[in-house]
Structures are given as C-alpha cells and as structure tokens.
Design a protein around this ligand. Structure first.
Ligand code: NAD
Length: 456
C-alpha cells in the first residue's frame, strides 16, 4: 500500500498558517523562481516532452514553455492589483463603516495533471496557486515519466520544500494523495477521473477545479472561404497530433460548403505535412500503444469514408496520419467518444440551427468553434448554445488571451483559471466588515422590542 502524504501536507501548511504566504514578496519570489526554472531549463524540458509525447520541439517551446512564462509574467505584472482588497459600498443602514472582499490564500493546493501538455498543464495552475499565496503539491502524469522526474528534480532545486512538492506516480499515488485533506484540488484530465477526484474531495468538503475533456464541435457554412477555414481547422486539429483538450473534435458543415471544405482540408494537410506526413518534422506522434490502438480502431469502426490520411505505424513512434472522415453515423464511436487524436470527422448538417440542435443534444463542450461570415449565425451560436469557450474563426488560441478565463462547463468541467481568473479561483474570497462602536447605530434594533416594532 502506498504511504500517506500527511507529513508533506503538514510541511506545506506551515507557511500558510504562519502568514508567510500572505506577503506579496513571498509570492513574487516563488513566481520568479518558477520562471527561472522554465527559462534556465528550456532545453531539458523540451527534450523531456519530445521523449515522452513525441511532439515537435518547436511546439513544446510555443505551446508549453512560452505559454507558462507569459502566464507568470502576467501574474507578476498584475499581482498587487489583482490581490488588493475589493471595496464594497455599505447600505445606508450599515453606516458608518466599511466593507471589502479580501482575497486570502486557500491553503494547501493539490494539482493533478494529464500527459498531453505535461509541463504547461501543471506549471500554469502552479503559477496561479502561488500567486494566490498557496503552497502546492504537483502530481504530473505517470504517462510522461521523463517530464515528471525532471519536474520533481527542478522544483526541488528552484523552489523551497515548504512551498512546492512534486509527487510522481500513477493511480495508487494519486489515490493516496486524494485521501489527504486539501484546501483546493485542481485537476486536469478526463471526465471519468474528474468524477473520482470530485468524490474524494467530497469526503473533506474540498473545493475543486475540474479542467476536463470532451468533444469540441466546429461549425462551417458556405459564407466563409473554405481554404482559410480549412487551414485554421487543420492547424487546430493536428497540433500535438490532435491530443489537445480544445482541439476541434468534429466538423459540422452545411451542404453548400461540404465538398469545398473536404477538398480544402486535404490541401491544407498536404501543405502542412507534405505528401508523406510520416516524414514531416512538424507532425507529432500518439503518446502510447493504448491510445494508438484506440484511435486506429475508432477509424475502423466509424463506418465512414477516409478522404485524407488513414495511414498508421505503431513502430514509427506511434504514427497516425492526419485523417479526415466523411459519412460517419452520428452514433458511431468516433462521434460519441472524445477522439483526442488526428482524426477529423466531417458531418453534414442541414443548416446552423441543425448544428445548434446537435451541440445541444450532447454534453456541454469545452470549446465551440464557428466559421461563418453571417452575423446572425454567429449570434445564434452565442445565444443558443453553451460551452467552456466560444471562438469565431479560429480554434485553440482563445486560451492564450490574457484576460480570458479558461475552463469548462457541465461535462467539460467546472471553475476557470489563467491570469486574474487563477487568482480568483485559488483564493478564498473573505468578506470583511468594519464598523466603529460609536455611534451605536444598532441601538434602534436591540431588544426589548416595543410592540409597534414587532408588527413591522
Ligand atoms: P486522465 O484523467 O487519465 O489522467 C489525469 C491524471 O489523473 C493523471 O495524473 C493520472 O495519474 C490521474 N489518474 C488517472 N486515473 C486515476 C484514478 N483512477 N484515480 C486517481 N487519479 C487518477 O487524463 P489523461 O489521459 O492524462 O489526459 C487526457 C484527458 O484530459 C482528455 O480527456 C483531455 O480532454 C483532458 N484534458 C483537459 C484539459 C483542460 O484544460 N480542460 C487539458 C488537457 C487534457
């Protein structure tokens, strides 16, 4: 049986209860140390992610390392403003006095990460947790063991042991961690494990942020240039070989746009990755045997037509070609399970309303992408659907806009983070009222109450 982590939690709780982490100087020092960890070890971190996930090195630098550095810089630049007490006006009946919301550290936070962006998805929440004055245990994914071991070593070298600890391991270690009493649990991963985490958190009434997955739909109609739309969709889908939580999962296309879009997707894939995508240095690989076999089976069981790609080779680092499918049934596994790989079904819908109905008939997605030059169509999606985020004309990059909170809704998660949202999410919002004893304005409501007051 895996050992408990009670002593680790106690060690981390101490600076919080001693008030050390309330000080913005402490928080800035941790954020700067974290920034140095990323910047000074950029090459090692890049090599580790490439080794574990098989994504191109440039992608690692852009979507993981630069992303984290930008997040830290945004937090550092705004820390004083975002953590300052938020004054609240008092009603006349409460005057004289003053009221404010104080953002105070929650305490000790557990961050559990997935394998697909193994650096970004633990270090960006970590930056937010430290900025909010928390101490943290980080549990990276066991499916990226090189990254997990490197993070454990680097965190030990750059950050104080009573500020951040990294615990490596898989289900047994995470299960043991979840038995401890945390002040907040920040989980990124599948909806299935999100339920496990939430059940464990309920035992201690611990609040949770759940950043989960799902199927993010994309809508395309005949009002947009199919070549431009296809290039954006192909880029969003095939970055990290489709293993992004916000990747366009499937495309809904109107009949007038279908043929043009499918041809344009084929062209975009050839432009990006050449005639033989397996030889392209810009195409990532599938993380492991399990996911490779799952994706190959998903394509085989789709009942659809492969219009582009379809090739695969487990011995070539788990290669799977960028694949476009048409003619798949709405109830085939590729349309009901999260794809999480470079397989893009294109399904025909009669019009935007039919697409809205399809979205609304399914669990609420993490992201929704709309490609339409018609303002009424764009409004229809804004007003008639819900999703974690909505982006018109471009996938993925809404989560790299400082100021836009990132998070899911319903099956795709709860809570939000990045930038100010991280500080809001990972702080306790404490209501503080101050009222002078004199004048004693409450005298009017003290007992004994005359009968005329009781009838009010
Ligand atoms: P996962 O849920 O299998 O694992 C995530 C973490 O949970 C890992 O650290 C793992 O060790 C731990 N874990 C797994 N099973 C557990 C159990 N039974 N008990 C306790 N802990 C357990 O997810 P994954 O395969 O690593 O990541 C892929 C999923 O994550 C996809 O569904 C994807 O959409 C989602 N995701 C979401 C976001 C987001 O920001 N919303 C980002 C990336 C990935």
């Amino acid at each position: 049986m895996t050992a408990g982590y009670g002593e680790t939690v106690e060690l981390l709780r101490h600076p919080v209860t001693a008030g050390v982490t309330r000080d913005l100087t402490w928080r800035r020092a941790q954020l700067r140390a974290l920034r140095a960890l990323v910047v000074e070890h950029e090459d090692e971190l890049t090599r580790a992610v490439v080794a574990d996930v098989g994504k191109p090195a440039l992608e690692v630098r852009l979507t993981e390392l630069s992303f984290v550095v930008q997040e830290i810089d945004t937090l550092l630049a705004n820390l004083a403003r975002w953590t300052a007490p938020r004054r609240v006006a008092l009603p006349a009946t409460h005057l004289p006095g003053s009221a404010a919301v104080h953002l105070v550290p929650k305490g000790v936070v557990l961050i559990i990460g997935p394998w697909n962006y193994p650096v970004q998805l633990v270090l960006a929440p970590l930056a937010g947790a430290l900025a909010a004055g928390n101490t943290v245990v980080v549990k990276p994914s066991e499916h990226t063991p090189t990254v997990a071991a490197l993070l454990a070593e680097l965190v030990g070298r750059h950050l104080p042991a009573d500020a951040v600890q990294v615990v490596t391991g898989g289900i047994p270690e995470t299960t043991a961690l979840l038995r401890e009493r945390w002040d907040h649990i920040f989980f990124t991963g599948s909806s299935a494990v999100g339920r496990v985490v939430m059940r464990a958190a309920a035992e201690h009434l611990t609040p949770v942020t759940l950043e989960l997955g799902g199927k993010s739909p994309t809508f395309v109609d005949g009002t947009v240039d199919p070549d431009l739309a296809a290039r954006r969709i192909a880029w969003g889908k095939f970055t990290n070989a489709g293993q992004s939580c916000v990747a366009p999962d499937y495309v809904m296309v109107t009949p007038d746009a279908r043929e043009g879009l499918v041809a344009a997707l084929d062209d975009a894939i050839a432009d990006f990755f050449g005639d033989d995508p397996s030889a392209s240095a810009d195409l990532g690989r599938i993380v492991n045997d399990h996911h490779h076999a799952r994706l190959v089976e998903l394509v085989g069981a789709s009942g659809g037509v492969v219009t582009t790609g379809g090739g695969h080779d487990v011995d070539d680092g788990h290669y799977l070609a960028p694949t476009v499918l048409t003619g798949v049934a709405h109830d085939s596994p590729v349309m009901t399970e999260e794809i999480f790989g470079p397989v893009l079904p294109v399904v025909e819908v009669a019009d935007a309303r039919a697409a809205v109905d399809l979205v609304n008939a399914r669990p609420r997605p993490l992201a929704l992408y709309v490609f339409s030059d018609d303002a009424a169509t764009r409004r229809l999606f804004e007003e008639r659907t819900t999703s974690g985020g909505l982006a018109h004309g471009v996938p993925l990059i809404h989560l790299a806009v400082p100021g836009l909170p990132f998070g899911g809704v319903g099956e795709s998660g709860m809570g939000r983070y990045l930038g100010r949202a991280s500080i809001d999410e990972l702080s306790h919002h404490r209501s503080v009222l101050s009222k002078p004893l004199r004048p004693d304005t409450l005298a009017a409501i003290y007992p004994p109450h005359p009968t005329w007051k009781a009838s009010m």
